[in-house]
Design a protein around this ligand. Structure first.
Ligand code: HEM
Ligand SMILES: Nc1nc2c(c(=O)[nH]1)N[C@H]1C(S)=C(S)[C@@H](COP(=O)(O)O)O[C@H]1N2
Ligand SMILES: [Mo]
Length: 509
């Protein structure tokens, strides 16, 4: 199956099966049979493996010279159904691209599904001949070199300091978080299908969406659930996932049409919702998908957009061209790019990114977290970060004053009402100045980060120190504030890393 064929599968909603790490029934022989099995390893010809491709009920893959029946793993695969592109042949060319797999724990998962070996008659120099595959990343766009790249394929890159100090992040410096490749889309042809709970469907071209519905502008910050994850790792313990610093957050003005207007046009009775209309699923062209609760989707102050433009320009390919959903105040994982299908449903989206990844747990729940029990992250908690520090030294070479800048943000449209800064690690606090960026905002609620500025004398209590520890914490309109340390909010996924931010400033020789 090709990357494009995958994208056109309508049932791209990728499910996951609880407990799918069980051994295959084939392996549950009694002792006598296991002996028989060991003595005679099953062998398969390549032609037979080929029949178990992505369209087969029982997909198989090859790694090295071993054959695996991955039927029971497909639903549990964190990368979703793309796994099927490798079915019927060797994994290696794919894992050379998706290098995330070259790890013992991934090999261990695969080993559980082994069913035999490739017949020696098909080996060349003891190896399975490898077909060349199409690199799905070959059409990815050019990227600005100033972005701080974490992984090039898929593209994950954070906004550099220069971008974090602006209120509106320039498009080229807006952070990029891609789980897969960037789909190559013909914007004029692209269609979006909306499916209601009664199964009825309505399909719109992007052109039709632009022409038929009233346009709206919303300025909003997008923040990845993993923003500041590296500081949780440094402050508590190792976490899984991309080790973002404070740059997996950016702000833009988005233009598009309101999701609620399009849902109503597609036949959803907004005033008298059907009882089974509980969640709105968004499916993308590569393989990604997520959902939001219906109340957010139809909230007249919720400002959920189907966006075509970003900061006055056509949506850049990395950010979802030709259409993405923008869910203000909600974790950016729900702002699905390259949107192709919207489905109203009784349940949350079955994808990996709704059922797993974007959840948080008790700090001690490390090995086998209860994914099903944990709630999906939607509105983000309050956070803040220092983006720039500038010490001023006196004639003796000691630091005498300090100026600092940063951002503060809270989810759910909860406005930041105060930012407190301390230069002695949290003993003495000062209120930072909040910048007035009001003129650059549009939207029903406080969807944007606030920039803050602080200037103060050092040392705090007049006694010379060798190092000042600058710390910052923000408070939102619900008087929620940030935890002091990471131990209490540590979770193995490294999500919602919102403890006080800090920066050390050397003060005297
Ligand atoms: C049967 C073989 C496979 C196994 C056992 C496997 C296992 C895994 C595991 C454990 C992860 C999570 C890694 C992490 O979170 O650090 C993962 C992620 C992923 N896999 Fe696979 N994989 C297989 C085949 C494939 C193939 C053939 C492809 C592509 C053609 C693929 C694409 C991906 C992608 C894109 C992700 C990342 C998803 C994301 O960032 O959300 N996998 N896989
Ligand atoms: N189709 C699709 N949509 C997606 C993603 C993706 O990988 N594919 N990543 C999500 C995540 S986790 C984040 S943080 C944001 C990032 O948006 P940006 O790249 O425009 O900053 O997009 C979300 N929407
Ligand atoms: Mo994210």
């Amino acid at each position: 199956m090709s990357w494009a064929a995958l994208a056109s599968r309508s049932a791209l909603a990728v499910g996951f099966a609880a407990g799918s790490l069980q051994l295959l029934s084939d392996d549950s022989y009694d002792n006598k049979h296991i002996k028989v099995k060991k003595a005679k390893i099953k062998t398969f010809r390549l032609a037979e493996v080929k029949q178990h491709d992505g369209s087969s009920k029982n997909p198989w893959v090859i790694r090295g010279t071993s054959v695996y029946d991955i039927t029971d793993w497909v639903q549990a695969h964190p990368g979703g159904e793309v796994i099927l592109t490798a079915a019927g042949g060797s994994l290696e060319p794919y894992w050379d691209i998706f290098t995330i797999h070259k790890r013992q724990d991934v090999y261990d998962i695969l080993e559980q599904y082994k069913i035999g070996e490739i017949d020696g008659a098909d080996l060349k120099d003891g190896r399975v001949p490898q077909d060349a595959i199409v690199d799905p990343f070959q059409n990815d766009p050019e990227r600005d070199v100033r972005l701080r790249t974490l992984t090039p394929r898929p593209r994950n890159a954070e906004t550099p300091e220069a971008g974090l100090r602006e209120f509106i992040t320039p498009n080229e410096l807006f952070y990029v978080r891609n789980h897969f490749w960037v789909p190559a889309v013909d914007g004029a042809e692209h269609k979006l299908t909306i499916e209601l709970t009664d199964g009825s469907e309505r399909t719109y071209t992007v052109k039709e969406l632009k022409e038929r519905f009233q346009k709206h502008k919303v300025t909003t910050t997008l923040q990845c659930a993993g923003n500041r994850r590296k500081s949780m790792t440094d402050g508590a313990a190792p976490t899984n996932g991309l080790q973002w610093k404070a740059g997996a957050i950016s702000t833009a003005e988005w233009e598009g049409v309101k999701l609620v207007d399009v849902l109503a046009d597609a036949g959803l009775d907004i005033k008298k919702l059907p009882a089974d209309a509980q969640h709105v699923h968004f499916s993308a062209m590569e393989a990604y998908g997520a959902s939001i609760p219906i109340r957010k989707a139809i909230d007249p102050w919720g400002d959920v957009l189907l966006a075509f433009e970003m900061n006055g320009a056509e949506l850049p390919r990395d950010h979802g061209y030709p259409v993405r959903v923008i869910v203000p105040g909600t974790v950016a994982a729900r702002s699905v790019k390259w949107l192709s299908q919207i489905t109203i449903s009784e349940d949350e989206s079955p994808t990996q990114w709704q059922q797993r990844d974007y959840k948080s747990f008790c700090p001690s729940e490390v090995k086998n977290p209860n994914w099903q029990k944990a709630r999906s992250i939607q509105e983000m908690p309050v956070t803040s970060a220092i983006t720039h520090v500038e010490p001023t030294t006196g004639s003796n070479g000691d630091v005498q004053s300090i100026s600092a800048e940063g951002y503060a943000y809270s989810g759910g449209g909860r406005e930041i009402i105060r930012v407190d800064v301390s230069a002695d690690g949290g003993k003495t606090w000062h209120e930072a100045e909040l910048l007035d960026d009001e003129a650059q905002m549009s939207g029903s609620r406080a969807w944007c980060w606030k920039r803050w500025k602080y200037e103060g004398q050092l040392p705090e209590d007049g006694k010379p120190v060798s190092e000042a520890v600058l710390v910052v914490k923000a408070t939102d309109e619900a008087y929620n504030t940030q935890p002091q340390t990471y131990e209490s909010i540590f979770n193995a996924r490294g999500n919602l890393a919102t403890a006080w931010d800090s920066a050390k400033v050397p003060c005297s020789g």
